[in-house]
Design a protein. Structure first.
Ligand SMILES: *[C@@H]1O[C@H](CO)[C@@H](O)[C@H](O)[C@H]1NC(C)=O
Ligand SMILES: *[C@@H]1O[C@H](CO)[C@@H](O)[C@H](O)[C@H]1NC(C)=O
Length: 344
């Protein structure tokens, strides 16, 4: 028994003197949340610990994509992987020859890492796989959401976009009601049109960028365009109430306050999500947008109910000056003076 063990040990040591030995990782996985990926390559038995005598070659499916010549301090990169680099050049003498590259440039497949130290060399292989979102939330994954590796899940994206368009629809409905019932002075009309246009364009562009999965600058900008320009709705709502009501009542201020609250929550949610993948606070964005939608719905109802009451009944202060039956023409007259068309 002993001679056999001694022989195994000796041959291992013998092989070790000519061969570099690696700490092997068979498979690494990337998800949508990886902006960069690291392909591990650790040599455990370097002797000289000197980058000047080292040479590192990375191959993808057998084709050289990256190399580093320590003696000349020269890099080679395949044009297809311009971002490829050693994780840390300073750590190369410690045996760390791991490769880092942008996730978009890192196709799945088998990569090999070849390291030479003077006359000793060795190679290790690692397979890069994509963690598919299809296998998301399978029963054997302990924390499905973490494992999912998607910035926002499909259902979350759908809810966010649906809420955004609900807000747009409710806001347009309110505008339509107001435009049908009330005369709007050209200056306010321009303001409303410009605000609606900016908000709608931002919403559409944001939706296009955000709708696909992924955790890229585009997706982040898309969510930003969905959430941030919604601030326009606050002055827009103020303007709309101003057209309907002579003086703004407490209820209208409460509704505008609710709108602001929803907006602040949505922006805070956005700030929390933009830097985290998976987004742990996706529900904050959704809650904020939902509050904004509710504020818009209540405002629409308020304008619809109170606005029509305003039309049928004298406004306080006006009734004392004019008899009830003359009010309608008085209001009309007042409107026409406001739009610079003198009443004949
Ligand atoms: C992807 O990101 C996760 C979490 O940050 C990390 O554990 C994993 O190693 C990354 N995958 C690759 C291939 O770099
Ligand atoms: C990588 O190698 C493994 C084992 O040799 C093989 O099963 C797998 O199909 C390879 N992957 C690709 C993408 O070629």
């Amino acid at each position: 028994m002993w001679p056999l063990a001694a022989w195994v040990l000796l041959s291992a040591v013998g092989a070790g003197s000519a061969q570099l030995i690696f700490s092997v990782t068979d498979v690494v996985e990337k998800t949508d949340c990886n902006k960069t990926v690291v392909l591990p390559c650790y040599v455990t038995n370097l002797k000289e610990n000197n980058a000047n005598v080292m040479f590192v070659t990375w191959k993808k499916q057998g084709k050289v994509i990256f190399s580093f010549d320590g003696a000349r301090q020269e890099f080679f990169r395949d044009p297809a992987v311009p971002s490829a680099n050693l994780v840390s050049r300073a750590d190369l003498p410690k045996g760390i020859a791991s490769l880092m590259l942008n996730s978009a440039e890192a196709d799945v497949g088998n990569y090999s890492c070849e390291v030479t130290e003077s006359n000793r060399e060795g190679e290790t292989r690692v397979e890069l796989r994509k963690h598919s979102v299809v296998s998301c939330g399978e029963e054997n994954t302990p924390t499905p959401k973490e494992k999912c590796g998607s910035w926002f899940l499909l259902v979350e994206r759908a809810i966010i976009i649906a809420l955004l368009f609900l807000v747009i629809i409710l806001c347009s409905a309110q505008l339509s009601v107001i435009a049908l019932k009330y005369e709007i002075v050209p200056k306010k009309k321009t303001g409303i049109l410009v605000a609606s246009f900016i908000f709608t364009v931002a919403a559409v562009v944001g939706t296009v960028l955000f709708v696909q999965g992924g955790y890229t600058a585009q997706n982040q900008a898309g969510l930003g365009l969905i959430v941030v320009p919604a601030v326009i709705l606050v002055p827009l709502q103020y303007l709309m109430f101003g057209i309907v009501f002579e003086s703004l009542q407490q209820a209208t201020f409460a509704l505008i306050g609710l709108q602001i609250l929803g907006y602040v929550i949505a922006v805070v949610g956005f700030a929390l999500c933009v830097s985290a993948c998976p987004p742990l606070h996706g529900s904050v964005v959704i809650a904020g947008l939902a509050i904004m939608a509710i504020a818009n719905l209540l405002s629409l109802a308020y304008v619809f109910i109170m606005g029509s009451r305003m039309k049928d009944h004298p406004r306080p202060g006006k009734a004392v000056e004019e008899p009830l039956n003359g009010l309608q023409s008085y209001v009309m007259c007042e409107k026409y003076t406001v739009v610079d068309t003198p009443w004949p």
